[in-house]
Design a protein around this ligand. Sequence first.
Ligand code: SF4
Length: 369
Amino acid sequence: MSLEHDETDALLDPPASQTAAMLTPMEVAERILDGDLEALDSGTMLAYLRGEVDVWALMAAADTVRRARFGNEVHLCSIVNAKEGGCPEDCGFCAQSRHFDTHVQAKKFTPVPEIVSHSERAATRNASALGLVTATRGLEHDTKALDHVVEGIKAVRDAGYTEAHASVGFLSDEAMDRMIDAGLTELNHNLETGRSFFSKIVSTHTYDERMDTVRKAKSKGLRTCVGGIFGMGEAPSDRVELAEALRELDVDEVPLNFLVSIEGTKLPNQDQLEPLAPMEMLRIIAAFRLFLPRQNIFIAAGRTHLGQLLPMMFGAGASGMMVGDFLTTANRTVDDDLAMLDELGLVPHRCGQTRRELEKPRARLPVLG
Ligand code: SF4
């Protein structure tokens, strides 16, 4: 494995445990249950991520918070590529960037009836939302892509199987308004990593542009789904920075992804990265649960790196997972995932609540739990 971005941060900053009495994870959990949603501060989170507390103690505390907040419910959602490949941005992990020579070829728009079929299939598998994803910088100036996404959202809304979410890059006010009018209930716009590390991953846009898009969505009453990717060579301090940004934005859903190396993209070629160890992944999930106790934290790409420990992601505080294939990589089968939940005694439940009245979709959503 290559050197982490900030491997020296352990030398620069003394461990939190040596500078002040550090709260144990269970003390943090108890404070959260007493109503202090920011009981875990950044310095303590950094110490947790650096391994200064036992991972089992961290997971026990995270699980306590998860069960208090979500009970036995697990939120499932699914995504579909509405426009695959050919993206002008250069995100170093992404197979859909036109800057990299990968197995993904730029394709035309996915036909709307196909998108609706994905929504129906997702609903029958207990997913409550389908995210329409486009490999685009945004829909600000691409009117054809915007028209297509608006049509897709409207069709999913009218079919009524799932909520319609979207992940389409940057949006003008007008574009966002059109999508909301068509039935969009939630916007995904990941920050990918912490601010300090971001420029090592992406050069074609800025962290602030991403933050501003999330703020704009919130100002228009959309729910927001914002997360990141781990295992890109970032340091624990970069992970804390990401968590701080998510807390500042007060997002609703937090997808945690773990890098799936795709041949041809920048990251694996440049840094010879290996997947994070499963216990390290669980440590990250647990620390995020304690830092963001209100949010639905769901595990998306790369969760199969957990191997035999996959079910333990819930014991580490995850409250949801993405089901079905990811954009450019395969996932476990949905049947396997649902069987796993059944064996764990966990129950699929709807992702979030719509802020806008959507009578028809609600009436036809499967009854869960
Ligand atoms: S992550 Fe999104 S914006 Fe970045 S290259 Fe991939 S499709 Fe484009």
